[in-house]
Ligand binder design. Structure first.
Ligand SMILES: *Cc1c(COP(=O)(O)O)cnc(C)c1O
Length: 465
């Protein structure tokens, strides 16, 4: 038997990875020629790879490690729960303390009357639950034809057939028979890329009113729900103009359709409040949660459901659930994560100190010739790369070319920053210190300089006409 461990040479680990591991959202052929970067351990905001490089994780893994890496308390809670009750289901008239305790905690923590939780193993699963839940809700109320869900282009809600259909990623829709029927996509509130000369707040209203137009076109009696992320995450950290959400709220109320806020990224302190719904004053019927719920230490997601929807769902049998709905170890880990975020004042500190500090530093990147705009809310931020600052022009090269070049330079400078097309995005662990923020921004600036030089050398600093 081969013992595969951290002590093996990187090249051997890469070869085994290439031979047997299929990676998500990756061109496997390209990766396998190059070899994956192997991460061996992490602490706080810092990853260590198999070559001993120390990398600042500006993405908190995949937007999820809110409490930072290496928290012993989380490991201890998981070990204790595994010894006491590693697994039991919540299907057939049974429950257990971790699920009960986490549900109570989430009900208290969340805004408004989101007092009920349906558990899933991930954000994708939770959004699949939401598709079936909102349709079942209306069917139970005598409106089975009220089943279309309106979502946004360039929104992200997960990667299963259902959640990927809610999402508006064209590259995903092109593979595997998506979207499923009765999902309708409207334009996104992305002023930088699509707003032209329109005033941002006017543009926010226009894009919200696209929901009203869609409802009128489809018929109010056919529309079950609208789903949106308070801030689009995977779409490039697009912070909508401030006029957008109040108008969406008004339209959902006026036409009697359910509002689903997908808070998989924006939840649990990311925007400086516990939930993005507080930051944007949104009152949803259902909230999707995952990622920061457990800071990624255990896979868990869920749907937080308001009293009214829960009452209807409780009046019928919902033929739906996952083996790992309310998994005791994941629930215990999530509960401990919420305790740390709360008792250590991590969320409060983001709002009061860390986010204002990062904002000042992040906005200084605006002075770089390659940067067209920066946006930041709490600890999620983005910057748009452009060959021509004043006109916000896109590059003539294929979208994502400049972004990828910039990301590679970030990596080479020991900074994880992701690119979405030609936007660079960050979402660091919430425990990042001011000194680490300084490092992040220094490395970002250096990577921008190097990307700028490379783009110039390769003749890629040209605007699309
Ligand atoms: C990541 C994400 C999801 C999907 O969550 P998974 O745990 O990857 O299934 C859903 N919605 C949003 C907004 C996300 O960012």
């Amino acid at each position: 038997m081969t013992v595969i461990s951290n002590h093996m040479p990187t090249a051997e680990l890469q070869a085994l990875d290439a031979a047997h591991h299929l990676h998500p959202f990756t061109n496997g052929g390209e990766l396998n020629t190059k070899g994956a970067r192997i991460i061996t351990r992490a602490k706080g905001v810092t990853l260590t790879d198999s070559e001993g490089n120390e990398i600042l994780d500006g993405m908190a893994g995949l937007w999820c490690v809110n409490v930072g890496y290496g928290r012993k308390e989380m490991a201890e809670v998981a070990a204790r729960q595994m010894l006491e009750l590693p697994y039991y289901n919540t299907f057939f008239q049974t429950s257990h303390v971790p699920a009960i305790a986490l549900s109570e905690r989430l009900a208290k923590l969340s805004p408004h009357d989101l007092n009920h939780v349906f558990y899933a193993g991930s954000g994708s699963e939770a959004n699949d639950t939401n598709i079936r839940m909102v349709r079942t809700y209306w069917a139970e109320k005598g409106h089975p034809e009220k089943k279309t869900i309106i979502a946004r282009k360039n929104g992200y809600h997960g990667s299963t057939v259902g959640s990927g259909s809610l999402g508006g990623m064209t590259g995903m829709h092109a593979q595997g028979g998506m979207p499923i029927p009765d999902i309708h996509h409207i334009d996104q509130p992305n002023w930088y890329a699509e707003g032209g000369d329109t005033d941002p707040n006017e543009f926010g209203l226009q894009r919200a009113r696209a929901l009203e137009e869609a409802i009128l076109e489809l018929g109010e009696d056919k529309v079950a729900a609208f789903i949106g992320e308070p801030i689009q995450g995977a779409g490039g950290v697009i912070i909508p103009p401030e006029t957008y959400w109040p108008e969406i709220q008004r339209i959902c109320e006026q036409y009697n359709i359910l509002l689903i806020a997908d808070e998989v990224i924006t939840g649990f302190g990311r925007t400086g409040n516990w939930f993005g719904c507080e930051t944007f004053d949104i009152k949803p019927h259902i909230m999707t949660i995952a990622k920061g719920l457990s800071s990624g230490y255990a896979p868990i997601g869920g749907s937080l459901v308001c009293d009214e929807v829960a009452e209807v769902m409780n009046s019928c049998e919902f033929n739906h659930g996952y083996t790992y709905s309310g998994h005791p170890v994941a629930c215990a880990v999530a509960l401990e994560n919420l305790r740390l975020l709360d008792e250590e004042g991590i969320v409060e500190k983001v709002g009061k100190e860390t986010a204002p500090y990062l904002k000042k530093k992040w906005e200084s990147l605006n002075e770089h010739p390659l940067v067209g705009e920066t946006q930041l809310c709490g600890l999620m931020g983005s910057m748009a790369l452009t060959p021509h600052k004043d006109s916000r022009a896109a590059f003539a090269a294929e979208a994502g070319t400049a972004g990828l070049i910039c990301r590679e330079h970030c990596f080479a400078n020991n900074l994880v920053m992701r690119h979405v097309g030609d936007r660079m995005v960050i979402s660091p662990p919430l425990v990042i210190t001011n000194a680490e923020i300084d490092t992040l921004v220094e490395r970002a600036w250096k990577a921008l300089d190097q990307a700028h030089a490379q783009l110039k050398d390769e003749g890629l600093l040209k605007a699309a006409s």
